[in-house]
Design a protein around this ligand. Sequence first.
Ligand code: DAO
Ligand code: DAO
Length: 293
Amino acid sequence: MVSLRFPFLFSQPPKPNPKLPHTKPTTTASTFLAASAVVSTAGAAAIAICQDPKDPFLKKALNSLFSNKSNHCSLPLWGSLSLAENSSSSSTVVESKTGVSFPSVLDDSKRLLGIGLRKKSVLGLKNIDVYAFGVYADDNGLKKFLSEKYGKLSNTEFKENKEFNEYLIENDICMTVRLQIVYSKLSIRSVRSAFEESVGSRLQKFGGSDNKDLLQRFTSQFKDEYKIPRGSLIDLSRERGHVLCTKIDGKEVGSIQSQLLCQSILDLYIGKDPFDRQAKEDIEHNLASLLHK
Ligand code: DAO
Ligand code: DAO
C-alpha cells in the first residue's frame, strides 16, 4: 500500500516540519506512478511512502524514485501536481496531531492550500484542540488572481509581499474553510461565545464597533438544538458576491451576504494573527509556488 504525502508544498526546498500533511493511502498504484512521473520531471510535492507496496514492480519503481529511503511516513520529496492530477487521485491530507484527513480537492474545483489546528486556552490552564481545518480556494479564481496581481513578481518578492494575503481575504475569490471538530465536549453555547470573541474582534477590526447585528445574524443560524460532536464537519464557504454559506455535515444551515463577515472569517485563518501560524505559512508557500508553476 502506498501513501502519498500530498502536494501542497510545491517548489520549496525540503525543510523539517512536524506539521507537514500526510496523505492517507487512498491513492492507487497507477495514480501514484502517474504522480511520480510528474514529480520526477517537474520536481516538487511532498510525497511519503508509509508502507512498502505489495506490487514488486511498483516497489522497484518507488525504490529507484526515492533514493533517500526512510522508515517514516514523512519522507519529503518535492513535486508539482496540477489540480486535475490531484482530483484524479482522490488523495487526502492528514493533519498530523489529530489524524483528521482532508481531501486535496473539494467540490471538483477547490484546491487545498493548507491545513492547521484551532486550539483554545481554557482559563489559562490548558490548551484544548478544538478542530482541525483545511483552507481551500477555487483553482481558476486563484490562478487568475495570482497572475493578474502578482505574475510579474519573483518567488522571493512574492513571499515578501505581505499584502497578497489581505487581497485574498478581501476579494471575491471562492474559498472554503473546512472545520472538523476534534473536541468531544463542544456545546453550542461555548461555540457562540468563542466566535463572539474571535469573529467579533475581526468585525470590529475591519468594520468598526457597530457590528452587533451582523454577528447576531451569524450566530443565530446556529440553533441550540444542533449537535456538533467530534467528527462533525463544518464548511464555511465564501461564494460569489461575498456570500458566506455555512454547512454542517453537508447540510446548508444558512447564508449571509456580507463582505465584512467573509473577510472576518478568512482573517482567522490567513490573516495577521491566525489561529495556526504554520498553516498560514504553508498557504503562503503554496500560493507562491502555484504562481510560478
Ligand atoms: O469546554 O468550556 C469548554 C471549552 C470550550 C472551548 C470551545 C471553543 C470553541 C471554538 C469555536 C468552535 C467553532 C466550531
Ligand atoms: O474558531 O473561533 C473560531 C471561529 C469559528 C468560526 C466558525 C463558526 C461556525 C460554527 C458553526 C457552529 C454550528 C453549530
